[in-house]
Design a protein around this ligand. Structure first.
Ligand SMILES: NC(=O)c1ccc[n+]([C@@H]2O[C@H](COP(=O)([O-])OP(=O)(O)OC[C@H]3O[C@@H](n4cnc5c(N)ncnc54)[C@H](O)[C@@H]3O)[C@@H](O)[C@H]2O)c1
Length: 326
């Protein structure tokens, strides 16, 4: 709905929303009404939407396990695609998607909207200006306030928080270091989701991942779901000559962030923090299609993040560092 509202409100030059596919009737009706989409272009089955000649491009925002099927079908139908992160469940699926978009010569952009966030872009520019010298280490954390949705408990369907929450941190570390993840070691545990324990003993809502990058830089990711106190996204880029931080740092005082009040203003949702980034992402997706340009976050970037998710989950289960194939 964040993407849909951008297109419906006219903030994306050269594009408008003309159709919706949503299998759940209540969500479908509510979306159609709010977005003002004609009844004959509102579908329960995405395959019917792909036959609509008025549709030039699609935004894929289903749970991750459906991304491959829908992206491959959309490419075969000649539609350009903005697919939400995580790109897919594994590298085999990513490769099928990349093959499909190459064969159809359509754009595939992955929803790494932090690359469109003003703060993250400024950090990238400062790194490139040489302000802190060579990057040595990037630490990136994301703590989400909400309890995971039930489909996320099943790691076979969601790949867990490393995928759902930390795909953005994985992409930020690749973007800021300019390297690929070479070796990862991850530990994880379930501290806040008692509902998941019985049916899904493998589920974790807390994770730490350390990484050696291909260019010998270091990466570290912290992830948590259900923290309740707020939406917390912070990144530190340590260089030879200085440190760049993205996200708030409260000086050298000790500060507690609690659900029922804070000593500081707290961002409560990624929807608030990144609302401008989603708009810029949608605008640039349409610009890339119209000007035949390469998206800022491609399927190759999506694939690289999926590889790290899978290696991290393997490391958690096997309790050992995992080397990534390249
Ligand atoms: N970029 C970001 O920051 C960000 C934020 C939130 C979610 N996401 C990603 O977006 C995706 C969706 O997450 P969510 O939290 O919105 O999930 P959700 O479960 O809230 O919503 C998914 C929607 O897809 C619909 N759906 C399911 N199967 C479908 C199909 N075959 N065709 C059409 N619609 C179908 C569902 O009925 C539901 O309305 C996930 O991959 C998630 O990781 C990205």
């Amino acid at each position: 709905m964040i993407h849909a509202r951008n297109f419906a409100s006219g903030v994306v030059p050269g594009a408008e929303i003309v159709a919706i596919a949503e299998p759940m009737e209540a969500s479908r009706t509510a979306a159609a009404q709010e977005l003002g989409v004609d009844a004959d272009s509102v579908y329960a089955d995405y395959r019917e939407l792909l036959e609509n000649p008025r549709v030039n491009a699609v935004i894929v925002v289903t749970p991750t396990k459906f991304h491959r099927e829908i992206v491959v079908a959309a490419a075969a139908a000649g539609k350009h695609i903005l697919c939400e992160k995580p790109m897919a469940m594994n590298v085999t699926e990513c490769d099928a998607m990349l093959d499909a978009v190459r064969a159809a010569r359509v754009k595939l952009q992955i929803g790494f909207m932090r690359r469109f966030d003003v703060g993250f872009q400024a950090a990238k520019q400062r790194i490139e200006s040489g302000e802190i010298g060579r990057v040595v280490q990037v630490k990136s954390l994301t703590h989400g306030p909400t309890t995971p949705k039930p489909w996320m408990y099943d790691l076979q369907q969601s790949n867990g928080p490393l995928a759902e929450v930390n795909s953005h941190d994985i992409d930020a570390i690749r973007w800021f270091t300019g390297g690929e993840f070479q070796e990862v070691y991850a530990i994880a545990g379930n501290y806040r989701s008692p509902d998941a324990v019985r049916g899904y003993p493998d589920f974790y809502d807390n994770v730490l991942l350390t990484a050696r990058m291909s260019n010998e830089m270091q990466g570290m990711i912290g992830g948590a779901q259900g923290v309740k106190y707020g939406y917390d996204s912070r990144c530190e880029i340590l260089g030879e000559h200085g440190l760049i931080t993205v996200g708030s740092l409260s000086g050298n005082t000790v500060v507690s962030y609690m659900p029922n009040g804070a000593e500081h203003d707290i961002v409560h949702s990624w929807m608030n923090l990144f609302i401008d980034a989603y708009r810029a992402e949608d605008i640039d997706f349409v610009r890339c299609i119209r000007e035949d340009d390469t998206p800022r976050a491609t399927g190759v970037d999506g694939r690289a993040a999926v590889m790290v998710v899978n290696a991290g989950n393997q490391s958690i289960v096997e309790r050992r560092p995992v080397t990534l194939p390249h």
